[in-house]
Design a protein around this ligand. Structure first.
Ligand SMILES: [Zn+2]
Length: 63
């Protein structure tokens, strides 16, 4: 069996960045929009999550 193509009608949705309250909130809004069947809003949340700026990955020991 070959894997399903990733590119197609259903673009991958961005994952909220762990530890980012804004991304987390957007993800929750996306879930609510999906539950409500509002595909337009789901897409909007995806765009916002993708566009949300984040600095360098956390985990450094700077203190
Ligand atoms: Zn974020």
């Amino acid at each position: 069996m070959s894997p399903a193509p990733v590119l197609g009608l259903f673009p991958a949705e961005p994952d909220p960045v762990a530890g980012c309250p804004t991304c987390r909130d957007l993800a929750r809004q996306r879930e609510a929009a999906r539950a409500a069947g509002d595909g337009s809003r789901v897409s909007d949340c995806n765009v916002l999550i993708r566009a949300h700026p984040h600095g360098p990955r956390p985990g450094g020991r700077r203190g």
